[in-house]
Ligand binder design. Structure first.
Ligand SMILES: [Zn+2]
Length: 237
């Protein structure tokens, strides 16, 4: 087999909703493709759902996960048909759900730029997302909410780029400006930049500019221990 890892279109273009692909392997509950638009669970962002279609068949994807050796597993509900190895298929994500994840994910970067504390956890869903901060201070919810609205309205550009370890070493000032330090010796690192707001390594999917985040607001602020404040954000539909 020549393919070693699934080609991942969502890395370069988060807005791609479908792609043509070949079936590398399939069994009752899993389809593996040579390339995909489906984002696998990771970095607090849920795996995509959607459909895989081929002439005479359709399968419902209920979740997407990394398998071993970098392949991406499309988990199937087990109700419908399964395409045979070698079949050419079209993979479609549930775009409405994914786009909300992109808006939420970008909003969490904004939240992290407002509350500049260590982040110890996080989770994204279409309706409610959260970050856990390593902090003892109280959170001024109203103030955070206002700053969040301003960052959205300012329509900052959001871009991704890859950088090698060598480039990173030759630009120490870049590392200093990052809100989260990159992993050492990772080879190539994907950087997410919100112009003038945030720069950090991130593998998730984001919107192109902060205006697309739309109507988000701060929900609950919970004290989850002496040094843990859990801040939730809600997406108004
Ligand atoms: Zn991100």
């Amino acid at each position: 087999m020549e393919t070693e890892v699934t080609e991942q279109f969502f890395r370069e273009n988060a807005y791609q909703k479908q792609c043509s692909a070949n079936v590398i392997a399939s069994k009752e509950n899993v389809i593996v493709l040579d390339k995909t638009v489906f984002y696998p669970l990771g970095g607090g962002q849920p795996g995509d759902t959607g459909k895989i279609e081929w002439p005479g068949g359709i399968a419902t994807v209920v979740d997407t996960r990394y398998g071993e050796d970098g392949m991406i597993n499309h988990l199937i509900d087990g109700q419908g048909q399964i395409p045979a190895q070698g079949t050419t298929v079209t993979a479609h994500i549930d775009w409405e759900r994914r786009y909300k994840h992109m808006r939420m994910h970008t909003a969490l970067h904004l939240l992290g730029s407002i509350l500049q504390y260590g982040v110890t956890g996080g989770n994204i869903s279409a309706k409610k997302s959260r970050l856990d901060f390593d902090m003892e201070d109280t959170v001024d919810k109203e103030s955070v909410n206002n700053q969040l609205s301003k960052l959205v309205a300012a329509n900052h550009q959001v871009t991704c780029r890859w950088i090698s370890d060598e480039e990173l070493h030759s630009q120490p000032e870049l590392v200093r400006t990052m809100s989260v330090q990159p992993p050492k010796g990772a080879g190539n690192i994907r950087l997410l930049e919100i112009e003038g707001v945030d720069l950090q390594p991130c593998g998730g999917t984001h919107v192109r500019s902060t205006a697309e985040v739309g109507n988000v607001r701060v929900g609950k602020v919970e004290k989850k221990g002496r040094r843990n404040r859990r801040v939730s954000i809600l997406l108004d539909q």
